[in-house]
Design a protein around this ligand. Structure first.
Ligand SMILES: Nc1nc2c(ncn2[C@@H]2O[C@H](COP(=O)(O)OP(=O)(O)OP(=O)(O)O)[C@@H](O)[C@H]2O)c(=O)[nH]1
Ligand SMILES: [Mg+2]
Length: 480
């Protein structure tokens, strides 16, 4: 099957029902104009889905029906056969502005596009809807109806389904604001089955979608490892006048924390781009752990591992007995966290009754100080913060962000209301099995000795394989 001419689907329906939002979500294109008032879309526009540089399927956004009952009346009275009648209608109404939208939306259908008819299932059916369905039936093209609920109200669902059964090859509920990857694939599978002629091409489209998604997950895993390695190995260096020595340490800590925050921001931008979110400025819900900065006390309370998990993990990562807590808390005693938030409280909670002093002074020095007498300056160094809990907190934050991004449909434009119930969840890593966590810890441990390139490479690969599987599960993709 030649895919150089991609399959086309015209997304049609009544004004303001969510057609453009559906196109936007299906094509993962947030440049599709969506608006609160009817008449936002006035002419057809083609939105391709590009995989490996090639359009594999195209969705056509169209204006809403303007005059469906008169259009149907003309078609019924013209005495011409169904498909021919649609053509005759076009010719007869070419210069009439009151039929401009009908002419525009019927054009791609006449040219061979399949039909995706969108309705807002939260309202009752009107005469106009019945007329629109009948017009579309008369085009003779394969048709799928999509019920897009703009409100929660599903009172009219059965009524809609009944009407669709008579006029459409298939019906699906598909929410333009909430549909995720798995639902997009399910919709494509429905399209595959409504016309036998489409099956070979749709099969290729679906497998290209799946391949593309797997590539994106693999890229996400690379970006996560890049962030982890950069963050854990980060060193901030600065020169200060000797007389500034008192304040220099605090300023350097702040810079260090800011640097790590910037690494995280860069990661967010890359993930957004990978998942084609150009305008997405997602503000996490108020109780989300992403609202606070990386080193805030709350973040360290809700993310990462709990005390017993951490003790176990630290012993595993530390290798020799006794080195465990050192690995888990390196850097904390050096006060990095107290610079930005009172982490010590959270840390005490982890340690329960244990003496914080046991942690203090253990582990490699986080600060370095060098005198440069020739230029009258001191050079201060902070990092790397090779801290096990930090490692798990970072992983949790990237997974939470990833989960928000992949579940944010491109058709959805309004930010979440400030009083929206929490989508926030606690971290994922505390839910991992011992074996899963062990794979992560082995990678963490290898990162402490980056000079052992072979070991690091091996453990990174193990961790990446696990993470790819985990991300696939989060996104509803069958990882096999
Ligand atoms: N809550 C909610 N609102 C939606 C949904 N789909 C669309 N809307 C909103 O409904 C309004 C119209 O959406 P559009 O996608 O522009 O509708 P359209 O059918 O393309 O409209 P026209 O181009 O004017 O015919 C916008 O304010 C959307 O944000 C949905 O699933 N849920
Ligand atoms: Mg529109």
């Amino acid at each position: 099957m030649n895919l150089s001419a991609p399959l086309r689907f015209a997304v049609v329906g009544h004004p303001n029902e969510g057609k453009s939002s559906v196109v936007s979500t299906l094509a993962e294109d947030d440049t599709v104009p969506v608006g609160p008032f009817p008449g936002e879309t006035r002419s057809c526009h083609v939105y391709p889905v590009i995989v490996d540089g090639r359009p594999i399927v195209e969705f056509i956004d169209t204006p809403g029906f303007q005059n469906p009952r008169h259009t149907l009346a003309w078609l019924e009275e013209c005495g011409i056969r169904d498909e021919e009648a649609v053509k005759a209608f076009r010719i007869a109404h070419q210069d009439l502005p009151e039929y401009r939208h009908e002419l525009e939306l019927l054009r791609p259908i006449e040219e061979g596009a399949g039909i995706i008819y969108v309705v807002d299932g939260s309202r009752p059916l009107h005469k106009d809807d019945r007329a629109e369905m009948e017009i579309l039936r008369r085009t003779g093209r394969p048709r799928l109806a999509i019920i897009n609920f703009k409100d929660q109200d599903d009172r009219y669902l059965e009524e809609w389904k009944g009407a669709f059964r008579r006029n459409f090859n298939s019906v699906r509920v598909f929410n333009a604001h909430h549909a995720n990857y798995a639902e997009r694939i399910a919709l494509l599978e429905t399209l595959e089955n409504i016309d036998q002629d489409w099956q070979p091409a749709m099969e290729q489209v679906i497998s290209a979608f799946r391949r593309d998604w797997r590539q994106r997950l693999a890229r996400t895993v690379d970006l996560i490892c890049d962030l982890l390695e950069k963050s854990l190995g980060h060193v901030t260096l600065a020169k200060y006048d000797e007389k500034e020595k008192e304040s220099a340490e605090e300023r350097l800590k702040e810079r260090f924390c800011r640097d790590l925050g910037e690494l995280e921001q860069t990661f967010h931008q890359r993930i957004r781009r990978l998942f084609k979110h150009n305008i997405f400025k997602y503000q996490p819900p108020p109780n989300s752990a992403l609202r606070d900065n990386l080193f805030s006390e709350r973040v360290w309370k809700v993310l990462g591992l709990d005390r017993s998990q951490l003790t176990w993990a630290a012993a595993l990562a530390g290798g020799a007995a006794g080195a465990g807590l050192d690995v888990a808390f390196t850097g904390i005693s050096a006060g990095v966290f107290t610079a930005t938030g009172a982490l010590i409280g959270a840390l005490s909670a982890y340690l329960g009754g244990e003496n914080l002093a046991r942690v203090k002074g253990m582990g490699p020095r986080l600060f370095g100080l060098r005198l440069l007498p020739s230029i009258g300056k001191i050079e201060l160094k902070i990092g790397p913060l090779h801290n096990l809990q930090f490692f798990f907190v970072l992983i949790d934050r990237v997974l939470i962000f990833f989960s928000y991004v992949i579940n944010w449909a491109h058709g959805r434009r309004e930010p979440l209301p400030e009083d929206s119930p929490g989508e926030a969840r606690e971290g994922y890593t505390a839910q991992w099995s011992d074996e899963q966590r062990r794979v992560a810890i082995r990678y963490f441990e290898a990162l402490r000795n980056p000079d052992d390139v072979d070991r690091l490479e091996k453990r990174r690969l193990e961790f990446q394989a696990f993470l790819r599987h985990f991300l696939a599960g989060l996104s509803g993709e069958n990882p096999e």
